[in-house]
Design a protein around this ligand. Sequence first.
Ligand code: DC
Length: 215
Amino acid sequence: MIIAVDGPAAAGKGTLARRLAQHFGLGFLDTGALYRAAALRALESGGDPADPAVAEAAARRVSPEDIGDRRLREERVAQAASIVSAIPGVRAALLQFQRDFAARPPGAVLDGRDIGTVVCPGADVKIYVTASLEARAERRFQELRRAGEAVIYERVLQDMKDRDERDSARRTAPLRPADDAIVLDTTDLDAEATFQAALAAIEKKLAGKHRRDAR
Ligand code: DC
């Protein structure tokens, strides 16, 4: 079984995807970490992450071990990830790893921006998790504060807006819900309510699929 979880930053996809993976006994891949790892490698090389040659070389060097690096969570890396991820060669370099991961039995939950549209268009279930810009900025602000970072809400809001625009406006694999995605707005939902809503929607979807398969 493959479950695709897509959506903008800080909508709650990571938390939801992890819980779904645990619930269904599936693998879990945070695909944003791959783009962040490519961005970090590009930054570390001293080159410009917006330069396709630099970014593509960095993406080709990404390995599964990179995913655990704590520096991937830094805001400078998030911004650079949004830049390198608009480069088609970077996306191409990371595509097969994601597809191979999804194909491994018993299946997986992948979270990202283009899982339902590009990486796994045949996924059994597609969920598009979203929330208002303000709610997402507030969540990210609280997260950074808890981590001890000196942050200004207006700055977090602006960074989130910039990233949304870049992720949605790019020509290759832009952020958008797949036509057959279940859309979940988490503006007024906490993690538990989001999980319960997703579970109810998935069970309904799978029951419909089983009925169709039985016919
Ligand atoms: O989900 P995240 O914040 O870790 O993602 C970091 C950046 O990577 C994000 O700005 C867009 C990009 N990304 C992508 O283009 N496609 C994915 N499947 C996952 C992330």
